[in-house]
Structures are given as structure tokens and as C-alpha cells.
Ligand binder design. Structure first.
Ligand SMILES: Cc1ncc(COP(=O)(O)O)c(C=O)c1O
Length: 461
């Protein structure tokens, strides 16, 4: 199937040279990084798809905004501009900047949860899960079953399983459920979208049991674009109108602005109308992040973020962004390479379990494919599977993830059609000799968020 590449709605004004390395140099670099993708030096990577977070190319307008940034400690004009943008887009009364998404979680979650409580999500991202656990609570994933079958194509595979969610609420008792977190798009399930219908149903059940709903809003614009394409009720609505509608069905949001707000650093907390909660959020922000009107950011970051929030919802941009993913996915279909289908919003999640069936979950197939991609073509990806999931916090046993993905996260406005062709070619070459790819064992790991720092070695059988 041929899918035409949607041309970029921008032109390139500044370039960044990439170092070209030999296969032998890459093998050495990988060994020195202890086989951890996060241990590689950025300059040793040809195409960096480790994350789409903070790796985006800012526009000329954003860079101009950087120069306009007001660096006042208190009351900077860039802060007010950002708050107005947040209120305008999301319809929430209170907007608090923080330095990134996990800072938003660190500020908000301890105000809502404690030991003995649980939080339920359509799927927690790793840092979000970590902050639930750091607050003393337990995180429960409750995504729809169809998300667990990468070959099953459905329009909203990121949705919450609402029936199961209600059963979990009843099982624990509503007073034990501290929060429901709706991750849009659902990163860990492959950047899969969540429908507005699902957001509405979740909110209705949450209100019945008086449980607060928080949107993990990192990829709110990509989610809105999928809603426009796939949910009939919204096909004639603007992205801005869809965004407003999505955020109606929550009480708060935490946002890593490093994704859809197309900046290199930034985060937000939104509170719909709870003034008491806002006072507490301000208190924690001052303790952890800095004064309320800068929240761990420079005035220049606040300015770039307030511009990026609007650029991220531009429909021509979203059409190109989605088109880039569709082009990549169609090439994989042609090559018979399995991935979480249909393709998600911010990247392609290759089904490493299908490509490397000889590697069991406890030898991390998603990670094994990531290492091979680097050696083969200098492409840096990462595991979204059992290696990332880690150990059970109670038993310390390795958990088995629902998926074993290797994630190709595509930075926004950075790579071109030629780069995507290189990614496809590397995957085809690895698939041809898949049996030669080794599994991995961990030789050292820290107690929390281990995948960022763990040391590994290949298992040569
Ligand atoms: C869904 C989701 N939530 C939260 C975060 C954490 O954001 P940050 O990396 O800005 O701390 C991420 C980051 O990748 C994410 O994808």
C-alpha cells in the first residue's frame, strides 16, 4: 500500500550537523553505555528517536519569543501570557507552570493521594506511576483489552475499560480510590488516542463515586486530531473546540509541555475551579519548583511555551505530523513488520515480541531490538515493555508487561522523509536475521525508574 508523504508545512532555516559513525564505533559506544540507550552520548546518535519529549524544533516565532521573555522573579509578563493561553485553550481557571511533566505530578499527586490509596488509569506513564508510588499509593492500569493486541486495529485503543474501572472502584471501595488519570494520548499503549465518548463515560462514573479525574495531557493536540478524524460528532469542529471539550471531563490536568506544546522544557498544572487546591498547588510549587510566576522555568521558556501551545493545535501542522506516521506505518505494512496498529500519534511502537519470538520477556525483547537498531543504523529508540515496567514494588519480582514494544518516538518538525526511509530499511535488515539478536540481562539497577540508569549485558547462548 502506498501512502503519500504529507509535505512539511514549514521550511528549514537552521541546520544541525550529525556525526557519521562506523558500525565498529557504534558497537564500542554501546558497550561503553553499558547497553543502556540513555547511557549513549547524543552526539554518537544519527537519528535520535529515544523520545519526542523536549526534542522538538521550535519555530522562528518561538525563538523570537525567547528574546521577548520577561525574566522578572515575580509577576513576569510572560507568566501572564502563558496563564491566559492555558485558560483560553483548556477552559480551566487556574494554570500553574512547572519545569516539566513529572514536576506537575510531584506537586499535585501528594495533595490527592497517600498510603493505602490507589489510582486508576487507562495506563500510567512510567514517571506518573512513580509519582503515584512515591506518594504512597498504588497505580492500577485499566486500558481496554483491544489495546493489548498490537495487530487489532481499532480507532481508540487508548481508552479506559470503563466497566472494569467501575469494578476496581467497587473492589477497593470508592473512598480508597484517590484519583483517576486519563492519559491522552495513551503513551504506554502506543500513543493510542482516547475518545471523547470514553472521557465522558469515565467522568460520569468518577462523579458517581466522587473521585477526582486528572488528565495526563502531554499529547492533548494529537489526541484532539484523532478525535476529529475518527469520532463522527467532531469531524466539523476545530481542534481548539475539541481540546476544550476533552478537558471538560476532568477536574485537573498535569502536562509535560515538552511534547505537543513543541518546546524543549516546560510543564503545566491546570485546575478547573478548585481554589483551595490551587492554593496548595502554589505552596508545593514554591517548595519544589520556584516562585509561582515562573515555576522552575525561565521567562524565555514561558514565552516559547505560550506560543507553542497554539502552534501545536494548528491543523496543517497536525495533518503533516499524522501523515509522517501514516507513511512510516504503510512502509512497515509492506515489509510485514508488526507494530501497535493503527499507528499512534507520536511514534511507532514495533512489536518486538513478534519480531524476536526467541527472546522471553525477562530478557527484554523491546530493549534487544533497540540495541540492534543502534548498532545497525545509529538509530536510538527505547524499550516500552518489561524492561521499562520494572519489578513489583512489593515482591521485587520482574513484572511481565502487556506489550514488548520498541518505541520510535518521532520528534516534532525535526526529521524528514529520507530519515523515515532509513528507519524502515534498518528494521527490514534486522528482521531478515532476527534469530541472531541476543536477549539482555541486567547487571546493576537502581530501585526506582531503573531503565534510565540500569547496566545490561547481552546473553550469548
Ligand atoms: C504521558 C506522559 N506523562 C508524563 C510524562 C512526564 O513528562 P516529563 O518527561 O516532562 O517529566 C511523559 C513523558 O514522556 C509522558 O509521556
Amino acid at each position: 500500500m502506498t501512502v503519500k508523504y504529507v509535505p512539511e508545512p514549514f521550511r528549514i532555516k537552521m541546520v544541525e550537523t550529525i556525526k557519521m559513525m562506523s558500525r565498529e564505533e557504534r558497537i564500542k559506544a554501546m558497550e561503553e553505555a553499558k547497553y543502556n540507550m540513555f547511557g549513549l552520548r547524543g552526539e554518537d546518535v544519527y537519528i535520535d528517536l529515544l523520545t519526542d519529549s523536549g526534542t522538538n524544533a521550535m519555530s522562528s516565532k518561538q525563538w523570537a519569543g525567547v528574546m521577548e521573555g520577561d525574566e522578572a522573579y515575580a509577576g513576569a509578563k510572560s507568566y501572564y501570557k502563558l496563564v491566559e493561553a492555558g485558560q483560553d485553550l483548556f477552559g480551566y481557571k487556574f494554570i500553574q507552570p512547572v519545569h516539566q511533566g513529572r514536576a506537575a505530578e510531584k506537586v499535585l499527586f501528594p495533595l490527592k493521594m497517600e498510603e493505602g490509596k490507589v489510582a486508576i488509569s487507562n495506563m500510567f506513564f512510567d514517571t506518573t506511576r512513580a509519582h503515584v508510588e512515591l506518594a504512597g499509593a498504588r497505580a492500577i492500569d485499566c486500558v481496554v483489552e483491544e489495546a493489548k493486541d498490537p495487530s487489532h486495529r481499532a480507532p481508540f485503543k487508548g481508552n479506559m475499560d470503563v466497566k472494569k474501572m467501575e469494578e476496581i472502584i467497587k473492589e477497593h471501595g470508592a473512598e480508597k480510590v484517590a484519583m483517576i488519570v486519563m492519559t491522552i494520548t495513551n503513551n504506554s499503549a502506543g500513543g493510542q488516542p482516547v475518545s471523547i465518548q470514553n472521557l465522558r463515560e469515565v467522568y460520569e462514573v468518577a462523579k458517581k463515586y466522587d473521585i477526582p479525574v486528572n488528565i495526563d495531557a502531554a499529547r492533548f493536540a494529537e489526541n484532539a486530531y484523532f478525535v476529529k478524524l475518527r469520532e463522527d460528532e467532531f469531524k466539523d469542529k476545530s481542534i481548539k473546540e475539541i481540546v476544550k471539550e476533552m478537558f471538560k471531563y476532568a477536574d485537573t490536568f498535569t502536562m509535560s509541555a515538552k511534547k505537543d506544546a513543541i518546546v524543549n522544557m516546560g510543564g503545566l498544572i491546570g485546575i478547573k475551579d478548585d481554589e483551595e487546591l490551587y492554593q496548595l498547588v502554589k505552596g508545593n510549587t514554591i517548595s519544589f519548583e520556584g516562585f509561582v510566576t515562573y515555576g522552575g522555568l525561565g521567562g524565555r521558556d514561558l514565552e516559547a511555551l505560550s506560543i507553542g501551545l497554539y502552534e501545536g493545535i494548528d491543523e496543517d501542522y497536525l495533518k503533516y505530523r499524522n501523515g509522517q506516521m501514516e507513511y512510516f506505518a504503510a512502509k512497515l505494512d509492506d515489509a510485514g513488520i508488526a507494530y501497535q496498529a493503527p499507528v499512534g500519534g507520536h511514534g511507532l511502537f514495533i512489536d518486538a515480541k513478534a519480531m524476536l519470538p526467541h527472546i522471553p520477556y525477562y530478557e527484554f525483547p523491546g530493549h534487544a531490538l533497540a540495541v540492534q537498531l543502534y548498532i545497525e543504523a545509529g538509530i536510538r529508540t527505547c524499550d516500552i515493555g518489561s524492561f521499562m515496567l520494572g519489578n513489583d514494588p512489593d515482591t521485587k519480582e520482574q513484572l511481565e508487561a502487556d506489550f514488548e514494544f520498541t518505541r520510535f518516538a518521532i520528534p516534532r518538525r525535526v526529521y524528514t522523509q529520507a530519515h523515515i526511509d532509513i528507519m524502515v530499511d534498518a528494521l527490514i535488515r534486522i528482521k531478515e536475521n532476527a534469530g541472531d539478536v541476543p536477549g539482555y540481562r541486567i547487571t546493576w539497577e537502581p530501585p526506582i525508574l531503573r531503565h534510565f540508569q540500569a547496566h545490561l549485558e547481552p546473553i550469548r547462548k
